[in-house]
Design a protein around this ligand. Structure first.
Ligand SMILES: [Zn+2]
Length: 500
C-alpha cells in the first residue's frame, strides 16, 4: 500500500495512546519479591504474586511515590483518595484471574504534554495515570523450537506499572512519536523507569480512527497492539490510517476490533473483534483500603522532583547562552544533558560560557556520530565527559587546532587517555612560543623576498603564503593567529629598519 494512494486531504486521523511504564522498584507492587529482568523463570515469585488463597497484598510505598511524581511532572491533579479495583478476566498468565488496577478512582487526573516540533505548540491532554500490576508471561517456544504446550513465567506477575492514557488529541504518526519521546524523556528525568521498549519497560497501544475533515463525531476506533519500538508505533499508525481510509473509500464499514502489528510484514492483522473482547468487570479491591494521602506528603513529592526538561533547557539558554535548538537537543535525553553538564563542571567558571557551544558541537557530531556507528548510547561512551571537555578546551585555548583535535579524538576514544597527556606525549601542541616563532619567521622572510615585497606594496593577501611557508617549517603546529601577527610585525620592522 503506498501513501500516495490514500486521500489525506479529505480525511483526518484521531489517535489516542495508552502507555504502560514499568516502575523501577526493588520489589513488586504488592509483595517483597525481586524485580530483576531476565532472571530464571519463576525464581522471583511468592504466594502473593502467584495468587495463592488467603494472602494479602501490601502496597509498595516507592511505587506509589514514583507514580505520583510522574503525575505531578505532567501537571496532573493527584487524587488523595485513590483506590484499587480488581479487573476480572481469565488468562493463563494471570493466576488470580483478576489484575489489581485502578478504575473510577485513579491516582492522577488531567495532565498534559506539549508538543513543539510542528511549529506552533500543541497540547495533548492526559486523561489519567493509574497504577496497576503486570501479568506474567507465556512462553510458546524455546528459542526457535515451538512447544506443543505453553509455559508460564510469573516473574513479571505483579511488577508495578503505571498506565498513562491520553485523550484522542493526536492527529498524526509524527505527533504520536513526539508524544512518546516526550513522555519517555520526562520519566527518565524523574528517574522512576528506564523506559526501555525492548525490555518491555515501556509499552504502547494506540487507538486509531479516521473521519472526514470537518466531521465532529468520532469514527469507529481500532485498537492496535504489539509495537516493540517507537519506530514500530509510528509505522503501525501510518499503516492503520491508510488501511482505514482505503476501506471507507471502498465502501466498507470499519469494525471495532483489536489488531496486532506485525513488524516483519509491516502490517496490522485482526486479533479479535469487540464482540469477542473481554468484558472486564471491575469491583473494589477489598484487601486494600483506599489511599489517604496528606497535603504534606504531596508537597514532599513535589519538592523531590528533579529539574525537569523544560526548566533545565531554560537554564542552559540563560546561563550559558546556548541556542534554543542546542539546549533542546541536550534535554531530549537525560543522559545526554548530564554528560554535557558533567563535562562543563570540570571547567573554571569563566571558561564555561566560552566552551559550552563548541562542547555541544563536539558531543552532537563527533561523539554521537561515533557512538551511533557502534550502536551505543551516551551512557556507554568510552570517552568521559571531562576528557572531551578537556579536548575542546585545548582547541579553544589555542593549544591545538581543530584538525589535530579530530585526529586525536579517535585515539582518545579507544584508549581512554587524557587529551593533555596525548598532546604532550606526541608533541602535538602548537608552537606558541614567540622567540621560537620569530626565529622561523625571519628564515621565511629571508627565503621569500619577492612575496615580502608584495606584502610591503600593500598586497595584504600575499601574507597567506608566508604563513603557509611557516606552517611547513613547523609541520602545521604554528599557532596561526600568533604567526600572522608576528609575521606582520617582522615585515614592518624589517622595512622601517631599511628606511632608517
Ligand atoms: Zn511475590
Amino acid at each position: 500500500m503506498t501513501q500516495t494512494a490514500v486521500d489525506h486531504k479529505t480525511y483526518e486521523a484521531v489517535i489516542g495512546l495508552e502507555v504502560h511504564v514499568q516502575l523501577k522498584t526493588n520489589s513488586k507492587l504488592f509483595c517483597s519479591c525481586e524485580t530483576n529482568f531476565g532472571s530464571i523463570p519463576n525464581s522471583q515469585v511468592c504466594p502473593v504474586c502467584t495468587g495463592q488463597p488467603g494472602v494479602l497484598p501490601v502496597l509498595n510505598k516507592k511505587a506509589l511515590e514514583s507514580a505520583a511524581k510522574v503525575g505531578l511532572a505532567f501537571g496532573c491533579a493527584i487524587n488523595r483518595h485513590a483506590s484499587f479495583a480488581r479487573k476480572q478476566y481469565f488468562y493463563p498468565d494471570l493466576p488470580k484471574a483478576y489484575q489489581i488496577s485502578q478504575s473510577d478512582q485513579p491516582l492522577c487526573l488531567d495532565g498534559a504534554v506539549t508538543l513543539t516540533q510542528g511549529g506552533t505548540p500543541k497540547v495533548i491532554r492526559i486523561q489519567r495515570i493509574h497504577m496497576e500490576e503486570d501479568a506474567g508471561k507465556l512462553l510458546h517456544a524455546i528459542g526457535s523450537v515451538e512447544l506443543p504446550y505453553s509455559l508460564v513465567d510469573l516473574n513479571r506477575s505483579s511488577i508495578p506499572l503505571i498506565e498513562i492514557v491520553s485523550h484522542p488529541d493526536l492527529s498524526s504518526p509524527d505527533e504520536a512519536y513526539e508524544y512518546l519521546s516526550t513522555i519517555k524523556a520526562m520519566i527518565q528525568f524523574i528517574g522512576v523507569s528506564d523506559c526501555d521498549m525492548e525490555k518491555g519497560s515501556l509499552r504502547c497501544d494506540a487507538n486509531i480512527s479516521v473521519r472526514p475533515i470537518g466531521e465532529t463525531t468520532l469514527g469507529t476506533k481500532v485498537e492496535v497492539k504489539n509495537m516493540n519500538s517507537f519506530r514500530a508505533v509510528k509505522d503501525a499508525i501510518v499503516f492503520e490510517i491508510n488501511r482505514q481510509i482505503e476501506a471507507i473509500r471502498g465502501g466498507e464499514r470499519i469494525n471495532q476490533e483489536t489488531r496486532l502489528w506485525d513488524d516483519t510484514q509491516s502490517a496490522t492483522f485482526s486479533m479479535r473483534s469487540k464482540e469477542e473482547a473481554h468484558d472486564y468487570r471491575y469491583f473494589p479491591e477489598p484487601d486494600l483500603v483506599p489511599l489517604n494521602l496528606s497535603e504534606a506528603w504531596l508537597a514532599e513529592m513535589k519538592a523531590s522532583l528533579p529539574e525537569l526538561p523544560t526548566e533545565r533547557k531554560a537554564r542552559l539558554v540563560s546561563q550559558l547562552g546556548l541556542s534554543d535548538y542546542d539546549a533542546g537537543v541536550l534535554v531530549s535525553q537525560r543522559e545526554l544533558v548530564d554528560y554535557f553538564e558533567n563535562g562543563l563542571a570540570t571547567l573554571a567558571a569563566d571558561k564555561k560560557g566560552r566552551i559550552a557551544k563548541p562542547l555541544v558541537n563536539w558531543i552532537t557530531t563527533e561523539l554521537l556520530g561515533r557512538l551511533n556507528e557502534e550502536n551505543k548510547d551516551i551512557a556507554a561512551s568510552p570517552m568521559s565527559a571531562p576528557h572531551l571537555t578537556e579536548l575542546v578546551d585545548l582547541v579553544q585555548s589555542g593549544a591545538i587546532n581543530g584538525k589535530m583535535a579530530k585526529d586525536i579524538f579517535a585515539e582518545l576514544y579507544s584508549t581512554g587517555e587524557s587529551p593533555r597527556s596525548v598532546v604532550e606525549k606526541k608533541g602535538l601542541s602548537q608552537v606558541s612560543n614567540e622567540a621560537e616563532l620569530i626565529q622561523l619567521i625571519d628564515q621565511v622572510i629571508a627565503e621569500n623576498p619577492k612575496i615580502v615585497q608584495d606584502v610591503k606594496a600593500g598586497k595584504e593577501k600575499a601574507i597567506g603564503s608566508l604563513v603557509g611557508a611557516l606552517m611547513k617549517k613547523t609541520k602545521g603546529r604554528a599557532n596561526p593567529q600568533l604567526a600572522n601577527k608576528l609575521l606582520k610585525e617582522r615585515i614592518e620592522t624589517a622595512s622601517s629598519g631599511a628606511k632608517g
